[in-house]
Design a protein around this ligand. Structure first.
Ligand code: GLU
Length: 426
């Protein structure tokens, strides 16, 4: 049977392959000498299935696509407060290699520009540069699902030509932002930029972020959801050099690009996308990479701020089983807005019933806010002289041991029987 997704991706890469605009990064010979025609696209689903098209097996250096991952590792290792003390989260509107810190706080404006990325390296624990780098490489590799190799030649060139980065590191040192020796930190930074990846590695790394820190391919939890949320936030606002606003508007996915030609894009909860094409636009983003992501977003509806039609409202049905006993069936994912709807409805209609049965057996997922709100519904009804009963066979709302278990049932019939017993006993 034909694979529609695969043929779609093949077609979209073919459509953009003719574009030959842009220029190779030329600050080191290794980047200036790559084949400009290279073009690979990989897409990882949230459950770890990867589609590959074009040159998905070409290895290139990760360069600045490394930045969000080292930032995530720093958050993971030392916590948000300690990281925030050294690196801001404001878009800078400056070139990635600007020698600058925030006017007031004197720390780098965000972790996606070199100053912030170098500061992030300095926050990675390790007794030596080798130990720090090992931790970084292992973290990226865990996200990619394979051990990423180091490009020695690129590393040597980065190190030999890195005056600008040295200037940044010494400036940071002068403001006491760096934890450690500037030259040692830079050495680790150059190595991190010189790790080799394919578009598939980037798709998998993106999917690990999309899955809130679990690599869907290996099943391994690499970091936690709070770290990922913060990382995606700065990718969204600062990830695409100083074209972040344009990117968010047109593509609408947190992303990061690098001068090696790579882009990683993340659709939270759903997808990781990796693209490789080394011809860069004036801002340093891969021309074909950006173009293909724009097309994918528009054609597949991937913009994360697309407002979905309220196709499935939280309330599936409501009906009276007998006089005074009303059943509310709710379904789908229950978050704050859905729970608010349920509470409001129960309040507005409370003159019409004595007992309400809330059937949550079809709820797929529920978050903490919604759980707390629904748990409060029982008390709210009771205060009004009414009673709430819950049908919650999977324990989505009421956890074992909670007092609400007394009014929690496995089936609607059981809840109705309890509601009737309460009515007669009144
Ligand atoms: N190694 C490069 C630098 O720090 C990375 C540049 C990039 O990809 O933005 O200058």
């Amino acid at each position: 049977m034909a694979d529609l997704v695969q043929s779609y991706l093949d077609r979209i890469v073919a459509e953009h392959a003719a574009t030959a605009e842009g220029a190779l990064a030329d600050y080191i010979p290794e980047l200036a000498g790559v084949d400009p025609r290279g073009f690979g696209l990989s897409l990882s689903s949230g459950d770890g299935y990867v589609y590959e098209t074009g040159d998905a097996d070409i290895e290139f250096t990760i360069q600045s696509v490394s930045k969000p991952f080292t930032y995530a590792l720093a958050l993971d290792q030392i916590g948000e407060a300690a990281v925030d003390a050294r690196i801001g989260v404001e878009p800078s509107g400056e070139a990635f290699n600007e020698i600058s810190v925030d006017d007031v706080t004197k720390v780098p404006k965000n972790p996606m520009i070199n100053a912030g990325a170098i500061a992030a390296v300095s926050l990675i624990p390790g007794a030596s540069p080798d130990a720090r780098f090992a931790l970084i490489r292992d973290f990226y590799s865990a996200c990619a699902g394979r051990q990423l190799p180091l490009d020695e030649a690129v590393y040597r060139s980065e190190k030999a030509t890195g005056s600008r980065n040295r200037a940044i590191a010494y400036m940071l040192d002068s403001f006491d932002v760096l934890d450690g020796d500037p030259d040692e930190i830079l050495d680790v930074y150059y190595r991190q930029c010189s790790l080799r990846v394919t578009s598939t590695d980037l798709a998998r790394m993106g999917a690990t972020l999309a899955r809130a820190g679990v690599n869907p391919f290996t099943g391994r939890r690499v970091t936690n959801a709070a770290v990922v949320r913060r990382t995606l936030s700065v990718m969204l606002t600062c990830g695409m050099y100083d074209a972040a606003g344009d990117w968010v508007s047109a593509v609408g996915m947190p992303a990061k690009s690098g001068v090696g030609g790579g882009i990683v894009a993340v659709l939270p909860g759903q997808l990781g996308i990796g693209v490789y094409s080394p011809l860069l636009d004036a801002k340093g983003n891969s021309v074909r990479g950006v173009a293909v992501c724009r097309s994918l977003s528009a054609q597949l509806g991937l913009h994360f701020l697309s407002v979905p039609l309220q196709a499935r409202s939280t309330l599936r049905a409501s009906y009276d089983v007998r006089d005074g006993v009303r059943v509310y069936e709710i379904h789908g994912d229950l978050l704050f807005a859905g729970a608010e709807q349920v509470l409001r409805m129960a309040r507005q209609q409370s003159g019409e019933f004595s007992a309400a049965i809330l059937d949550v057996s079809r709820v797929d997922d529920i978050n903490g806010a919604a759980r707390t709100m629904l748990a409060g519904l029982g008390a709210m009804l009771q205060a009004a002289g009414k009673r709430g009963f819950l049908v919650d066979p999977d324990g989505a709302v009421v956890s074992p041991g909670s007092p609400a278990q007394a009014v929690t049932f496995t089936t609607v019939d059981d809840a109705v029987a309890a509601a009737e017993a309460w009515l007669f006993g009144r």
